[in-house]
Design a protein around this ligand. Structure first.
Ligand code: HEM
Length: 403
């Protein structure tokens, strides 16, 4: 009797992937599954979510680079409800419209504009670290550091009215949760995303954005006729939703990783110039955004496998950043490696518009901590959140040992 290996399932010429990448177990410990996704082929069909997916580095970058074939204009989420709600944002537009929207809002986020923010962000990082060092007790790397820093910067920068501050983190988590595949979770998070959208609509209508903020300037651009006033609420959501929880995730992961790798902390203390590379390495290894999607504009192929016009395809940033075809020792935390070409911040036309701000916040805190903290001791288990889109922690218990 001849024994032949079982043929892997195929969907219209594309290898099928039957495991659920979005189950609670999978999102808490996703990396073995991402490896299986990459091993299936250059592109796969996720039977559970009924979308195509790329998980290898070259293909992820290739899809992100080709924004004429792989469109964002019909939404980048995994479900129709949020894709309909998010129509017309920067994140969810294509071509000339996208270029225009990005120009209108992102000029506050260019390296030159951010130079003016540098000293105030650094002063906030210094104040935060000094306050932490006065507390001789177990701290939570998430609430005390990873949330505290962006909360002291982002709401003022974007211009959120004071009465919203207590709700911002909850809204940010829910808004990104609502990008996930249809599920029971989605039924809870989507109404919260609607709540955020309604709140911002009201704040825009009553012109309550703080003077000097990105939101305030957006209204001024609308007054000058550069962008329709009706688009302002969605553009505000567009900048708010990814600005808080992604940065919290990145900083929380950096604290967790440094607590687990004291040798890497010593390297940063010896050479604070490594802070930029440490930021890159933390988000390469624990990419805050797992995956977004695109729509295929015309019949095409990836690695010889056909993709039909109109299909939705998921782009797994978090898998590409651990692809063994690209990275040497992909699962190791090494702040000295060449890591600037990770895709945790996307790539191409839609590459993260706020990355300069996130980088500034996180490198300021890491540099200030490295000056005064000899060791970040882990004093309990770092607990990941159960979230379809964000990789982050609910809690990272640590003790800071003064230098
Ligand atoms: C470490 C923190 C951050 C991470 C990991 C991150 C990640 C990403 C990724 C992967 C994309 C690409 C989405 C796509 O290709 O569909 C993106 C786009 C974007 N991000 Fe970020 N982000 C971060 C911080 C921020 C901040 C602080 C802001 C705002 C102040 C921001 C605003 C945006 C916007 C507006 C876009 C859409 C750009 C476009 O479509 O042209 N992000 N981000």
């Amino acid at each position: 009797m001849s024994t032949t290996a079982p043929t892997p399932p195929v969907h219209d010429g594309v290898p099928a992937f039957d495991a659920d990448l979005f189950s609670d177990e999978a999102v808490v410990a996703p990396y073995q599954l991402y490896r299986r996704l990459r091993d299936v082929g250059p592109v796969a069909y996720l039977s559970r979510q009924q979308v195509y997916a790329v998980g290898r580095y070259d293909e992820v970058r290739g899809v992100l680079a080709d924004d004429e074939t792989f469109l964002s204009g019909q939404g980048v989420a995994f479900n129709g409800a949020i894709n309909d709600l998010m129509r017309g944002a920067t994140l969810t537009s294509d071509g000339a419209e996208h270029e225009h929207l990005r120009q209108v809002v992102a000029h506050r986020l260019t390296p030159r504009a951010l130079r003016e923010e540098r000293s105030s962000i650094d002063a906030k990082a210094e104040a935060l670290v000094n306050a932490l060092l006065e507390r001789d007790e177990v701290l939570d790397g998430v609430t005390d550091i990873a949330q505290a820093m962006p909360m002291s910067v982002v709401p003022d920068f974007i211009g959120f009215p004071d009465d919203s501050r207590d709700q911002l983190i909850g809204w940010a988590v829910a808004a990104l949760d609502a990008f996930g595949p249809p599920s029971e979770r989605h039924a809870v998070s989507f109404p919260k995303a609607l709540e955020l959208s309604a709140y911002i609509g009201g704040a825009v209508e009553q012109r309550r954005m703080a003077p000097g903020s990105l939101g305030h300037e957006l209204l001024a651009a609308a007054d000058r006729g550069e962008v329709p006033m009706s688009k302002c609420p969605m553009l505000m959501v567009d900048y708010f939703a990814p600005s808080l929880e992604t940065t919290i995730s990145a900083l929380g992961s950096a604290i967790a990783l440094f607590s687990q790798h004291p040798d890497q902390w010593d390297l940063l203390r010896e050479n604070p110039d490594l802070a930029a590379s440490a930021f890159n390495e933390a988000i390469r290894l624990e990419s805050p955004l797992r995956a977004f999607t695109r729509i295929v504009a015309r019949d095409t192929e990836i690695g010889g496998h056909p993709l039909p016009e109109g299909a939705r395809i998921a782009v797994f940033f978090a898998s590409a950043n651990r692809d063994e075809r690209k990275w040497d020792r992909p699962d190791e935390f090494d702040i000295t490696r060449q890591n600037a070409d990770h895709v945790a911040l996307g790539y191409g036309a839609h590459g993260c518009a706020g990355q300069g701000l996130a980088r500034l916040e996180i490198t300021s805190v890491l540099t200030r901590l490295a000056r005064s903290v000899a060791r970040i001791e882990p004093v309990g288990e770092a607990r990941p959140i159960v979230h379809p889109i964000i990789r982050s922690y609910t809690s990272v218990p640590v003790r800071l040992h003064k230098a």
